[in-house]
Design a protein around this ligand. Sequence first.
Ligand SMILES: NC(=O)c1ccc[n+]([C@@H]2O[C@H](COP(=O)([O-])OP(=O)(O)OC[C@H]3O[C@@H](n4cnc5c(N)ncnc54)[C@H](O)[C@@H]3O)[C@@H](O)[C@H]2O)c1
Length: 339
Amino acid sequence: MLRVAVIGTGMIGRDHIRRMSTVLSGVRVTAVTDVDAAAATQVAASIGATVHATGEDLIADAEVDAVVVCSWGPTHEQYVLAAIAAGKPVFCEKPLATTQEACLRIVEAEAAYGSRLVQVGYMRRYDVAYRALKKVVDSGDIGAPLMMHCAHRNASVPGFYEKESAITDTAVHEIDMVRWMFGEEIAAARVLIPRKSPNGGPLQDPLLLILEMTSGILVDVEISVNIRYGYDIRGEVVGSDGTAALGSLEPVSVRRSAQVHSPVPADWRERFLLAYDVEFQEWIDSIAGGGAPLGPSAWDGYAAAVVSDAGVEALRTGSRVSVTLAPQPALYQSLAVTS
Ligand SMILES: NC(=O)c1ccc[n+]([C@@H]2O[C@H](COP(=O)([O-])OP(=O)(O)OC[C@H]3O[C@@H](n4cnc5c(N)ncnc54)[C@H](O)[C@@H]3O)[C@@H](O)[C@H]2O)c1
């Protein structure tokens, strides 16, 4: 039984604790911590876990085999580095860290350690529809991939959501997904600004992010974060001999009064519920016997941060911004971006 400890018992931390405690197998959440001690104590009591005063204490606990980091983004670096120093597997919710320099420090620490310990929470790679789409692309059935059209639509976003969040919080999932989908890096980013939605308040909403892959594949991502009608994730790959798109996920379609009605997920939790379950079960299974995690790596977290920065610069300047990555340590070279 893998003994997992969770840093950060906020919204997603509690959700991951729920799935590890009641849905998944081979795992037990044995310790938690949060700067909000009352929140940590309440969660710990509900599952019979220990509460630690700090993340560092929790990582040092000999009764903890692996760590899940669900605290605020700016705190991720310190906990991931501490877990690497302790030689413990660490699952870090995205982002790996909030700057590309911090992500690179993590990459370098893990490379110096010599084997993989870090996995980053990019759950789309575990979604049944994305996996089916990648299978078609990899099979060659639609020929050479040339373009991908994506849409990332949120019904609404919270008040603290900023202009850059459209890239750094929202489109960052597409940034990771297309690197994995095509098994190659992103070479440049551009942002086009359409007519402004009256629903977006001070935000420039929607945006169109254009990503150039190293092979020349062009990806466009519509980012609409006040679309009102629901949470709608789309993706279609255009190949030289055909196209393949994410399938319809609606569990029911109702026809009445001369109309067809199908439900749309309310938010990302509903849409990716099962992807998170698969993501965590595969993580647990991969590290349970002392193995290395197989999912998104520290390098993937670093690459997403660099592309995200390029996207933010493109948004600010209106220019095409090239992506330059640091030399890739040997540890990640065999992984390409396909794991
Ligand atoms: N993969 C995804 O789709 C996805 C979805 C939601 C959130 N996230 C990521 O998960 C992380 C948490 O998001 P959330 O929505 O749960 O936020 P949240 O604010 O609900 O929870 C964060 C918790 O971390 C605690 N915390 C902050 N600093 C801490 C520290 N130094 N040590 C211990 N605890 C600390 C806070 O008190 C809070 O309880 C963010 O990085 C976010 O980007 C990822």
